[in-house]
Ligand binder design. Sequence first.
Ligand SMILES: [Zn+2]
Length: 934
Amino acid sequence: MRKSIILFALLAITGLIKAQAPQPLPVDPQVRFGTLENGLTYYIRHNAYPEKRADFYIAQKVGSMQEEDNQAGLAHFLEHMAFNGSKNFPGKKTMLNYLESIGVKFGANVNAYTSFDETVYNLSDVPVVRQAIIDSCLLVLHDWSSFIALKDEQIDEERLVIKEEWRTRSGAQSRIWDKQLPIIFQGSKYADRMPIGKMEIVENFPYQTLKDYYHKWYRPDLQAIIVVGDINVDEVEAQVKTMFADIPKPVDPAERVYFPVPDNEDPIVSVITDPEAVQTVVSLYIKHDILPENLKKTQAELMAGIVKSMASSMLSDRLNEISQKADAPFAASYAYDGNFFVSKTKDAWTTMALSKEGKVDETLASMVRENERIRKFGFTEAEVERAKATLLQRYEDMYNNRSKELNRRYVQEYVRSFSDNEGIPGIEYEYNFLKQIAPMLNAQMINAMSQGLISNKNIIITVTGPEKDGLVYPTTDELLNVFKSVEAEEITPYAETVSNEPLISQIPQAGKVVSMATDDKLGATVWTLSNGMKVVIKKTDFKDDEIIMASHAYGGTSVIADADINNANMASMVPYVGGIGNFSSTDLKKVLAGKSANVNAYISGWTQGLNGSSNIKNLETLLQLTYLYFTAPRKDEGAYTTLMDAIKNQLKNLSSEPSYVMGLRTNEAKYENNPRMKEMTLEDAEKLNYDRIIEIYKEVFANSGSFTFTFVGTIDEATLKPLVEQYLASLPSGNKDAKYKNVKADIRKGKFEDVFEQEMKTPKTSVFELYSGTLKRDQKTQITLSALKQILDIVYVRTIREEAGGTYGVRAQAGISRIPEGQTTLQMTFDTDPERALSIAPIVDREVKNIAEKGPEDADFQKVKEYMVKKFQEDEKQNGYWVGVLSAYHFYGEDNYSSYLSIVNALTKDDIKDVTKQLISQGNFIEVIMNPKK
Ligand SMILES: [Zn+2]
């Protein structure tokens, strides 16, 4: 409570609130909000972005924390059962069949999650083109609220699926949590309620035990219906009122208890290791009370959020600055304030870092020291100004795009409002509030607040990492001593030197746009620059303030010799590691505070480029960054050493991580010993050469004249032109016709099988199956192959997951590569029970052959077509999609847009059959199976 009092006092001082009652937040007037007689809450909002789409959610304010000991895992089990039959959608597949028939896809658009304190179900991007669809989706929510069938035989079938979900999710991380939670949550129910639960319960619980949980906790007073999208609010509200009226008001309902997390006087320290863990993570939590109920939904809540977000971002920046130095004990770090781990009843000021191996002591010392530095001296005025500028800019961007906000963003807010009792004043209010209080957000105020959060009570220290010979971790006593000795250190205030240099010290000699053309087909303008560069521009109104940039040129790692391939694969990291111009990556962040502009470099096998985005205001910054990424990558030995230490540590540990080993074997099976396609090993990493890496970066970005840039969004050509001339046309052209080299990247031909055993903690068999070959790379074949992949998704859910209970999910992928031209792959991967692998694995192949012989089932085929049409309609309203379409057209010469819909509409089952047959008849099949070592 202490911290809330500090906050409250501060707010009172700043005059924002009257001494006794902080001003309540208004509810966003765009939201229709209410409660039915039976206690059901609803949030309904009209949002026409995207058009004719809506999201339907039901949030349940209950989760694994409501389970009794004999129900561990049943909150999550129940979530699965919600899809296996209900009053109005009887039968196991009825609900999903209906949803998929309207293009609402399982996984992508229909999903759910169960956590400790909430369970949320969603139907997303529903095409609300007919009233009947809205009716049916509300009916799904209605059935989920109180009418799930829970048939015995379906419960039994689902036991197998959940066991496989547990198996798939059982890695080092989940084993670490299983051991860590009882320590850090000692004395709290959170210690023993991982939502996946206990497998002995999942496998054996009596049917009634699940029904007990269901009837006790799924009830209207703990549920909210959320509908956001292109719907009529009045009509949907009226429907909710009628449709959900048949759910009775609970009589003598059980109290929904929020289980507390006790305070601790002495620090709690937990060190947990696992043979399959890859990284060493040190975390320092300083627990504090959550905002008291009487301050929730008031201006105090907004204020607390703003101050905590600024303070934690400033601490993150300080830690990040330390991690960039060669002798830093940790490679990456992060600070935030929010829920203490998984609990809703306690918050924590949290600092985490990725420790270098054997440097756990020093990492913890560094984290404690930086917190102490803040507690004693606070942040500087300059830091606060930067954090404030960044926050203001983020809010301004959201505010500017407020009429083009996605349904999902609103829904997430309403779910939090319902589960955590947060206010929903809307972005207009929040942005204005922030602007209004901005002058008061100074160092004195932020420091008082953050110093209140950093205390030496309620401390939790956790260390997790790999368990292996010769690696010794400090004991809990040693860690305690570290903590205490740092507290006793003499600490000096934070000092920084911030450059006030401009981003570009010497403005380059501008070039020219030498010709302009229009692309009438895709609605774009095309400029050719004096250095040979091509610039494609498309103005859109999909957002009100968003510009997206992409660029491509041929070359990539193909132009680098085999011997240098590992250096080449690291080259795109150069600006990320060392920064650009005169700015280290930390300094760059400082100089860009308050500016919405970012650039990323990529170097793939055959191309390289710079991608980025900005708002309208910072377009020039975007282009300046781009110019510097081309011309002035910076070298930073310290940051490079830190990164390499982290990479080497990781590579050392990965050799005992089963999924990594599986990846290596798969890669080897596909590419044999092709040095260009190999994964980097520890030995390779030892040989990397920073100077050569920088040289390669410069080499591939030297041919500026061969680049095609694409800009999509709220662009004004007249504004863009002088900037393009200044920063892009001014680049040296290099070789304007740069090409890629035809290096070998072929997949092994014929049949190949690799079955091997691997040491692992949780026994599972992992299966990889790949058909490969060559198909004509035209748009129709690509679309057909994509449809085949999606049909197989449906087929495998039906056969392997549901009929056989053999896996949590089969991941299918398919594609035809541009280079090598026409190289086609269809691959499937999944995990299963080692005892059953021999009977499950053949189903994968059987179903592919089945399609090659008979074609897909009509219902599966229609579902996929429906989804592809729906997805296309959503995509073509996105700037990101258009960047892809225009790049493909103006760089590769492929129009993937104009005929897309007509091809999908004309697609037949025979097309699917033929493509499958064409591929598998080429006789190339690779199977890799990893079994647990006995
Ligand atoms: Zn699940």
